[in-house]
Structures are given as C-alpha cells and as structure tokens.
Design a protein around this ligand. Structure first.
Ligand code: GLY
Ligand code: MN
Ligand code: MN
Length: 465
C-alpha cells in the first residue's frame, strides 16, 4: 500500500487541519485484560501498522503530517515488548515528524494556531473523548451524524470507497483463508457436533492463515437470526448450518465477508433444495447485473423480484413479483438489504452514516425489509461490496398479526407455518448466500468465487472430516 501517496492526496484536499486518532486497547473486564487491539479504519488507510494510542495531525498549510506515538518506557518494553524508536518509525512511515502522544494537546493547539481542527469519532471512546476536548466538536461514535464534520467524511469516503489495485489484491489474498474456514466448518458438520466446535474450526483456520476474524463469527443452525453470535446449539440431522465469516489481514485490516449454508447429515430436504436454489439464483442474477452506473437499490429490488417470483412458484407468495415487491410482501421472507460496501470495515464506512451511502438526496425506504438496505449508491469501477440475498422463516415475523393483516392475500400463511413446524419442530431456519464483489469497467469480479456454493458441491463436502 502506498500510504505516503494517500496522505499526500488527503492533505492537499483538506481546508482545515485534521487530527486522526488510531484508538487503543479497550478493556474486556478489568483494565489490564483487553480485547485485541484494532486501529480505526481511516487510520489504517493512512498508516502502516499503526501503534495503539497513536494520533496524527494533517496540516494543509504546510502539507505536513505529524505522527504522535507513545513514549518508549522500560516498563512498556518489559511487559509488552520494545517498540521501534521514533526515528525508525519516521523513516519507515515516511512521516514529516514524530512527537510524543503524551504531549498531543499542546502540540496540535500550537500547530493549529487558532484554526478550527477537525477530527473523527473512533470506536475507542477514550480516544474520541480526547479528540472532542481538543477540537471542541461534538463527536459521538454511536451517532453517524456526529462521527465527524460532513465534508471531511465525504472527502475520506471518496478516497476509501474506490479501491485501488493494491486494495483489491489484498482482499483477494484473504480469500483462500476465508475459503479454508468455510470448508473446515462444512467438513466437521455432523450430528452431535456443537456450533462452538465449528466456530473454533473457523477461527482456527483464520489463525492458520495468519488472519483474524473480520467480525464476530455468525454460525448457527438458527440461520433465521441474521447476526447470530450465539454458538450454544448442537447440530442435529436435518438442520441447516449458516456460516457468515470472513478473514481480516492482521496488518492491513482489509477483510472478506462471506456466507454459505449446508445441511447436517449430507443432503438438503426437498424444501431446503428449493429455497437454496432460489437464493442462489437471485444472487447470481444480481451479480450478472452489476456494472458501473447501476443503482444499488435497483439491484436490491431486482433480487427481491427474483426471490418473490420463486416464492410464488414454491407457493409461499401469491401474485406477481412486481406487485409483491412493491407492497413489501417479499420482506416477510427476505427482511434485509442486498448488501453493503466492504473494505477496511466489513460494513465499509458505515460509521459515516447515510450521508455517504444515500447520496444526492436519496433516503431510506420506510418499508419493512428495504429500510435495512445499507446503501443506495450508483456503482462505479473499483467499488467493493457484498451481494447477499437470503430467505428466512422467522417465527416473530410469520406470527405477527400486523403482517398477517397487511399481506393477508399475498402470503400463504398456512404454508409458512409448515416451514416453522418442519425439521422436528425446530423449523426451517434460514439461508443466505454472500459473496464479495468488485465492480469492474464492464461488470463484476466475484472476489470470493473460489468458495463453493453450487448445491451438489456443498452437499459433497459436508461431514467429510
Ligand atoms: N457479516 C455481516 C454482514 O453480512 O453484513
Ligand atoms: Mn455482509
Ligand atoms: Mn456477512
């Protein structure tokens, strides 16, 4: 990655000084027992292997970038290992100056010399608090509209949304590791095996590939719980395992985000086959429609229509695809958006809010399901995003009197109930198929194409360990 060029491009485009915080260690229970450190994604975009607790000051007047690092102490060397001397970091990072982060406030106040400093909220609340005190901005990481000055967010998004060849190469480099994780979980899936054991296979594969999980592993026989991080179930014959997991490069921070599903015990039931093939058909159709200029919401609606059409054939919906999607009836079974941007964040730049993902006055739909669509951008060459349709049988949706009334004639509720009752009363669950896509000059590159998703191929891999 050419970090120096990225910084140069950025500092030449800002009109006020910018202070960025890397963030540091956050405690898991008592202060010294911390979660693994992961730098803020924008900081990772500009610096190689950022140190915890570091900060950076970008000055448009001089074009200079100053990096602030923790003072090197004997105690730190003893407990955590010696760090590179400031001069070595300065040379490696090609930085104009390196100063102690303990003196951040006094230095940046002097550098700014009365100019308003802009900053960004980061996941580490202590770093955000410090940036808030220095800049006087009302930064709040949990509120996208307070994650930073609007034009600053837009500028950073313009840089980060369009991936260069180096970023695409890094995302591709991770795919064999993500593939190994999915194949290991498929191979070890047998009746009597716990979800937690499979999650261990997944995360072990990430470690063997010198990666970490890009997000909390979603692995469950309760695939209808969209982001199920609870791994307490034991697999039974007839269950469908949904695995949504992706590797993250330990140095780069770039990631994958992939979902696959498979039947416990070897083969899908007839209903499982129908639903699986329909989700895959809608995924492949959406991928085939990717090209520069394609509006992402239209891609979402297109996938929704393919799903609705298939659900009519299966008998779960009644009517025609256009009418069903217009009314939102399809969302009883497809209650989320088609996907999101991907890069240094799994949901890339989500902290910057809809100002980035719904540009040009576009706004979120108010309709159930489509309201969860995380972006409505026109696709452009270099954008990387997911395509991840799914179909789910969620008891709380299917038994909701409001939906029953709203879609009384469009949903075959009796058949939906049968899906809830099948598999020995445990229910059908859910199926999602997710790949990482790069928009090219003419269409789509499926970055994660090597991870099997053809049904017969998947079935042949299950339980082979
Ligand atoms: N892995 C979370 C998602 O697919 O959005
Ligand atoms: Mn995703
Ligand atoms: Mn995912």
């Amino acid at each position: 990655m050419d970090f120096a060029s990225r910084r140069k491009r950025f500092v030449s485009q800002i009109d006020a000084p910018v202070l960025l915080m890397a963030g540091g260690f956050l405690s898991r229970n008592y202060p010294a027992n911390t979660f693994p450190y992961r730098a803020d994604s924008t900081f990772l975009y500009f610096f190689e292997r950022p140190e915890p607790g570091s900060a950076a000051f970008f000055d448009p007047a001089s074009g200079k970038v100053t990096l602030f690092l923790a003072e090197r102490t004997v105690a730190d060397a003893l407990w955590h290992g010696a760090l590179e001397p400031f001069e070595a970091v300065k040379a490696r990072q090609q930085i104009d100056a390196v100063l102690p982060v303990e003196e951040l406030e006094q230095h940046v106040t002097a550098f700014a010399n009365g100019r308003q400093i802009r900053s960004l909220a980061v996941a580490d609340w202590k770093a955000t608090k410090r940036a808030r005190a220095i800049t006087g901005e009302g930064l709040d990481f949990d509120d996208p509209e307070k994650s930073g000055d609007g034009p600053l967010r837009e500028l950073i998004a313009r840089l980060r949304l369009h991936k260069g060849a180096d970023e695409l190469a890094e995302i591709r480099r991770l795919v064999p590791v993500t593939r190994e994780a999915h194949l290991a979980a498929m191979a070890h899936s047998k009746p009597g095996v716990s979800e937690q054991f499979l999650a261990g296979q997944v995360e072990g594969a990430f470690g063997r590939g010198a990666c970490v999980p890009a997000y909390g592993t979603i692995l469950s026989v309760r695939g209808e719980v969209l982001h199920n991080h609870d791994h307490r179930n034991v697999l039974q014959k007839g269950d469908i395992v949904l695995l949504d997991a992706g590797a993250e490069g330990i140095d780069s921070g770039y990631c994958n985000d992939v979902t696959r599903d498979w039947p416990v015990g070897g083969a899908f039931s007839p209903e499982g086959r129908d639903i699986y093939d329909l989700v895959l058909a809608s995924e492949l159709d959406a991928i085939s429609a990717v090209k520069p200029g394609m509006r992402y919401r239209d891609l979402h609606l297109r996938a929704s229509r393919v799903l609705a059409d298939g659900l009519v054939r299966i008998g779960l919906l009644k009517g025609n695809a256009d009418g069903l999607v217009e009314s939102g009836a399809h969302a009883v079974f497809f209650p989320h958006g088609l996907g999101h941007q991907l890069g240094l964040d799994v949901h890339d730049l989500e902290t910057f809010g809809d100002r980035i993902h719904y540009p040009n006055g576009r706004t979120r739909s108010k309709q159930f399901g489509t309201q969860y669509l995380r972006m409505d951008l026109d696709l452009a060459e270099g954008m990387v995003f997911t395509i991840e349709p799914g179909l789910y049988f969620v008891p709380q949706i299917i038994n909701d009197p409001k939906f029953r009334e709203q879609f009384a004639t469009q949903v075959n509720w009796a058949l939906a109930e049968k899906f809830l009752a099948m598999n020995g009363g445990r229910g059908f669950g859910g199926i999602r198929i997710e790949d990482d896509i790069a928009c090219t000059a003419t269409g789509a590159e499926v970055l994660t194409h090597s991870i099997p998703k053809v049904r017969s191929e998947i079935e042949a891999l299950v339980g082979t360990a």
